[in-house]
Design a protein around this ligand. Structure first.
Ligand code: SF4
Length: 325
């Protein structure tokens, strides 16, 4: 095996050819103390709700070497998911095919093309993905805590390569904010960079924009994205659904950098014609067979048919009341 360092420019160039809109390399070091402290506090406050996987492997999440022994370099990659058209009842990130599959396949291709050794992670392992995206310089942290890639905004999925070789060049340490709006605690399996963001500054922190947003980060127990995607069992009575019944884009759209969002060229992230045509009455009458066909290979399947129908019932109830004025 060659001991020559990885050529960062070659990796970035190949990532671009494969459709990634950003690629950056960071040294695989323990997560900065300020972020680690904030993450632990977020857990102590129970803001992760039923997402027990966030409580597991905390040290591994904060120390990449525990997840992949011998890791030297973390490559962060971003893919634009902004669809050209969308079904308004479903969060923007979940309009097309499941990003886990699309990203993983493309990242494995990058590994093969560049003869890289290591592991590929797309939201399925204890990795603080927005921390590494920030640390590798692929985007800025927005007021709302999203990673925003210049020219593409916050509508990007994130993935990481944990590589066992050193690189010839790493991104310089970006400017803070660390700790304040950069808590980056949760990055579960629902939406990459967007579906359940942490908050800690700006209007979000005051709670004026959304009650789920607190100075200590996002309280999943009060978040529409969490409840409509991750939560099993009845929805809390207080949860109002009027816009989307799967996920929530309100804070994503409120992020100033959302103005930079540009429709993606990735056909995999575009909705099907059948999904675009769905109307409230169609959702109400959705059968299991229709559900399977409509969401084949989609991240929406995470909620399962029963969960989706639970959401739709609440959404129709509130929508009807809203329409009546
Ligand atoms: S605006 Fe929506 S997704 Fe954002 S924190 Fe509030 S409920 Fe969650």
């Amino acid at each position: 095996m060659s001991s020559a360092p990885l050529n960062s420019n070659d990796i970035k160039a190949q990532a671009k050819r494969l459709g990634f809109v950003a690629c950056g390399l960071a040294k695989a070091e323990p997560v900065a103390d300020s972020c680690a402290r904030r993450f632990r506090r977020w857990l102590q406050l129970d803001y992760c709700a039923q997402m027990d996987y966030m409580r597991r492997n905390v040290e591994m999440r904060l120390q990449p070497q525990l997840l992949v022994p011998g890791v030297k370099t973390i490559v962060s990659l971003a893919m634009n998911f902004m669809p050209a058209r969308h079904q308004p009842a479903i969060s923007l990130y979940a309009q097309g095919k499941d990003y886990h599959d699309v990203m993983r396949e493309r990242m494995q291709q990058l590994m093969a093309d560049m003869h890289l050794e290591g592991r590929v992670f797309v939201d399925t392992a204890p990795v603080l993905e927005r921390y590494w995206a920030w640390r590798s310089g692929i985007g800025i942290i927005t007021q709302g805590g999203f990673i925003s890639v210049p020219g593409y905004g916050p509508t990007v999925f994130l993935g990481e390569l944990f590589l066992t070789a050193e690189a010839d060049q790493y991104s310089p340490l970006p400017a803070p904010p660390l700790g304040e709006c950069f808590s980056l605690a949760e990055q579960g399996s629902f939406g990459g960079n967007g579906a359940l963001p942490q908050r800690g500054s700006g209007e979000g922190a005051s709670g004026a924009f959304c009650p789920a947003l607190t100075p200590d980060g996002l309280d999943a127990r009060r978040c529409i994205s969490y409840h409509t995607i991750e939560h099993r069992g009845p929805l809390p009575d207080s949860l109002r659904l009027t816009a989307t019944f799967y996920g929530c884009d309100r804070c994503l759209r409120a992020t100033p950098q959302f103005a930079e969002a540009t429709p993606t060229a990735e056909t995999a992230f575009q909705p099907s014609e059948a999904l675009l045509q769905m109307k409230p009455a169609d959702w109400q009458a959705l059968t299991v067979e229709q559900y399977r066909s409509l969401f084949k290979g989609s991240a929406v399947k995470r909620a399962k048919y029963e969960g989706l129908m639970r959401n739709i019932a609440r959404w129709l109830e509130h929508k009807t009341a809203q329409d009546k004025g």
